[in-house]
Write a protein that binds this ligand. Sequence first.
Ligand SMILES: [Zn+2]
Length: 138
Amino acid sequence: MMTSPELFSIECKRCGRKHIFDQPYPYHAGFADQGFLYNDAGNLTFVWSMLDPVFEEIFPGKALWTMNLYHRWRFEKMLLPAPFGGLWRFRNPARCIQCAKPISGPMLRSIHYLVYPESIMTDQDKQLRLKEHLKNTA
Ligand SMILES: [Zn+2]
């Protein structure tokens, strides 16, 4: 199969399954002040902006890399579950869709992220929509 230069592909080291992502390279979260999480199944990505007013409100003045265990736990609890494949968690890696072997690290270990089909990007089109993905705790 030919891969166009706009698509990034990564092969699973265990089973050899080739994954093609609709992105030119693994995105660098730091360049855009983004955070990202994968679901438990490791086949969906959730991306948000640290500049999102809701994030600012919950964690004033916190950068993602200064969030401690408690902050991360709190944030995970606030998020609605992923559309499928479990919950969004900081410890979840991106996984092979065939054998579930990790193919890219979680945010705590990797600044780069992969975007699976049907992922949730809350900071696209110049809008910050993290709030829509939080549980209604009011
Ligand atoms: Zn695999």
